[in-house]
Ligand binder design. Structure first.
Ligand SMILES: [Zn+2]
Length: 60
C-alpha cells in the first residue's frame, strides 16, 4: 500500500466509526473495516462525501 490516503485523517490509530484501536494506521484500518460491517458502511458513506466535496483529489 503506497498511496497515502490518510493525510487528513484526524486520528489514524483509532477507528473514527467505532473508536477501536487499529493495528496500524492506513493498512490496519483497511483490515479493520473488512472485519466490521458497520465501520465498512460508515467508511463508504464518508468516502462518498469526500468524493463529492473533493472530486478529483481522491486518488484511491
Ligand atoms: Zn471500527
Amino acid at each position: 500500500m503506497t498511496a497515502n490516503t490518510t493525510r487528513d485523517w484526524v486520528n489514524p490509530v483509532t477507528c473514527p466509526f467505532c473508536g477501536d484501536e487499529l493495528a496500524s494506521p492506513g493498512a490496519g484500518f483497511v483490515d479493520h473495516i473488512h472485519d466490521n460491517d458497520d465501520c465498512q458502511d460508515g467508511f463508504d458513506h464518508w468516502r462518498e462525501n469526500i468524493a463529492g466535496d473533493l472530486a478529483g483529489e481522491w486518488a484511491g
